[in-house]
Design a protein around this ligand. Structure first.
Ligand code: ACO
Ligand code: ZN
Length: 225
């Protein structure tokens, strides 16, 4: 029939029998034992990773109707650092980052968004930086298949002129089932307010490093408004 019908049919087949787990968010095929085994493994590791047990000493930097934000600094107690490392590992896994060393572990600030159900549903890792290269916006033309490939390789065009920046966002992540509720936006707002004592950073003073397609869509929108 027409092209549109075909697309729907294809999409339907691709996701035939697919289930989305309501607690860990993984999409898998229940009919496949392999998939199911993989899900069980991911499920436990993920839920354990995002579990938040109220800490004796926690640095709450913001409170919202649907949760709170907690900041972890490099000199914090071991349990807090351990949690920051565990969550970073989960996030890196999802982003496909492999053992990326942080440029300066003693300077990083880890922000968690903790839900009222005590789950870490958002994480932002910020570092102090001196300069950044602006990602140039793509010309607004219909995308060729070739450009699509480029997008998946994260080959953004960057300016060659470094600009002064203060805060580099090296990771930003929100739990898949909690996206598009303004959690990332609120996390960045709070970072701008708490990263440097006594000042509110402008969007020019923050930089997103190596953004994913999701990250780029978010950052573009965030910095415009
Ligand atoms: N597609 C289009 N627009 C988007 C998207 C998207 N996927 N995500 C955010 N936006 C825009 C929207 O305009 C949105 O406002 P709206 O929902 O009212 O339209 C606005 O940004 C604010 O979005 P939030 O709800 O605050 O963003 P969210 O909490 O969903 O988190 C994030 C965005 C962190 C990118 C999330 O999609 C995610 O965790 N993705 C997977 C991990 C990832 O790729 N992280 C970025 C890595 S790059 C880096 O870390 C430097
Ligand atoms: Zn699950």
């Amino acid at each position: 029939k027409d092209f549109k019908d075909q697309m729907i049919i294809d999409a339907g087949q691709k996701h035939f029998g697919a289930i989305i787990c309501k607690s860990c968010g993984m999409i898998y095929t229940a009919a496949s034992p392999e998939d199911e085994a993989q899900h069980i493994q991911h499920h436990q590791r993920f839920l354990e990773g995002i579990k938040y047990v109220d800490w004796k000493k926690e640095r709450v930097v913001a409170e919202f109707w649907d949760g709170k934000m907690v900041l972890v600094l490099p000199d914090d107690p071991k349990y807090a650092i351990k949690k920051a490392e565990d969550v970073r590992e989960l996030v890196d896994n999802e982003l496909g980052f492999k053992q990326i060393v942080l440029s300066c572990p003693s300077k990083i600030k880890t922000y968690f968004f903790v839900s009222n159900e005590r789950k870490i549903i958002g994480c932002l890792i910020a570092e102090q930086i001196k300069q950044a290269f602006r990602v140039l916006s793509e010309p607004n033309v219909p995308q060729s298949p070739n450009q699509d490939v480029l997008q998946h390789h994260r080959a953004w065009r960057c300016s060659i002129k470094p600009e002064a920046a203060i805060c580099g966002i090296s990771r930003i992540w929100v739990f898949s089932l909690m996206r598009r509720r303004g959690i990332a936006r609120r996390m960045v707002d709070v970072v701008r307010n708490t990263f440097m004592y006594g000042c509110y950073l402008s969007t020019d003073e923050i930089a997103f490093s190596d953004p994913t397609p999701d990250g780029k869509l978010f950052a573009t929108k965030y910095c415009q408004t």
